[in-house]
Design a protein around this ligand. Sequence first.
Ligand code: CMC
Length: 444
Amino acid sequence: MTTETQQQDGAEVGTGKDTLTVTDNRTGRQYEIPIEDETIRATELRKIKVHEDDFGLMTYDPAYMATASCRSAITFIDGENGVLEYRGYPIEQLAEKSSYLEVAYLLVHGELPSQQELDEWTHEITIHTFVHENIKSFMQGFRYDAHPMGMLLASVGALSTFYPEAALIKDAEVRYIQVIRLLAKMPTLAAFSFRHNQGKPYVYPDNDLSYAGNFLSMIYKMTELKYEPDPRLEHALDVLFILHADHEQNCSTSAVRSVGSSQVDPYSAVAAGVAALYGPLHGGANEAVLRMLRRIETKDNVPDFIRGVKEGKERLMGFGHRVYKNYDPRAKIIKKAVDETFEVTGTNPLLDIALELERIALEDDYFVERKLYPNVDFYSGLIYEALGMPMEMFPVLFAIGRTSGWIAQWLEMIDDKDQKIARPRQIYTGERGLEYVPMSQRSG
Ligand code: CMC
């Protein structure tokens, strides 16, 4: 079964077949592997063997650099051209014209809602914002200075014990109510975590307010009878939630899918997503950006800092992306939102340092050659800080927005007949068949 390429006038001409022909030089055998969507199924390689009882060939791809783990119709990214679309709609249009809850509906249901559908969706989420009082009690048991992301991680996981029926993941109706609960309660858990860390009393949800407005109320309300959020800040936060809502198979979404593939309840799967997002290379990067900006101190220190980055002493946080090899479209929108936010809150001198870093980096060969551009985290921390959020809250805010994406991806996975429990293979590099050595005979 050979499929050969021919040379005509020096140019290679294919056969036009959507297959890949592989020659195993160990045996001289050839294999024809189907190509679908510019992808081959790794399991096809298992047919490539030296002996009949061999396991077959595997691929080695530690960070999933060239491995698609699923088919998905939720988010499209063209990293080379800086394009991001949710369910086909460009992120720029959604950020400008939509609201977070409408985007959450779009991600979960696959289509934009009618007015009635949006009203019902909003109503359902709004009436589920309260959490069981026992959740509040157990959150109060955390240390006074507990990181709010750690508290969020634990408390969202704990929701599974309050809704044990959530384990029935094959039941669409049961699934749906957990979707509503997750979207509704995430801001409440996040705000309780914040208030705990601040040593302030927890504030209950205000269901007269919008999704973002209620969150601001739970964060900032003190003695006033009713908290009234500044509509411009409410809008800025809502846009940030939209921008963070989904980003295809990133680390935390893969964690949700991977853990969810064991058929555990969605709260536990989402807790895995929160855990992944906690890391400084993922949701923690915006915190790292602010720390970096503070450390640089003044615009004049930027060239020195850049020199250190180029010498490999450290990374320019908020720059670079596994997928984007162009300006992250979310960073562009956030950069604009920074200006709007600062009109309300007053400017932050760190912005000048950030702008100078970006200016110098975008002209520098080191960054140009490696296609390193600002990512979503480069400017988002500045807005969060302007909103009065301490750095520890940055990944928490990211998690609130990303919840809709995690849920949409989890739902998609449940219905995907191709999916099984995630279970990568390994290349074993250790010893084999050693004889147990009694303690008295061990050296050292
Ligand atoms: N500063 C300096 N050099 C960098 C940076 C950076 N921020 N990012 C990548 N590089 C260099 C890296 O040293 C390597 O150079 P070389 O080829 O000489 O070894 C080259 O660029 C390729 O980098 P990589 O680490 O192989 O790329 P990756 O796809 O594994 O990493 C990344 C992607 C986002 C982890 C990385 O760019 C990074 O650490 N950025 C800083 C952290 C950050 O901003 N993270 C937020 C990501 S966006 C939010 C999200 O989606 O979670």
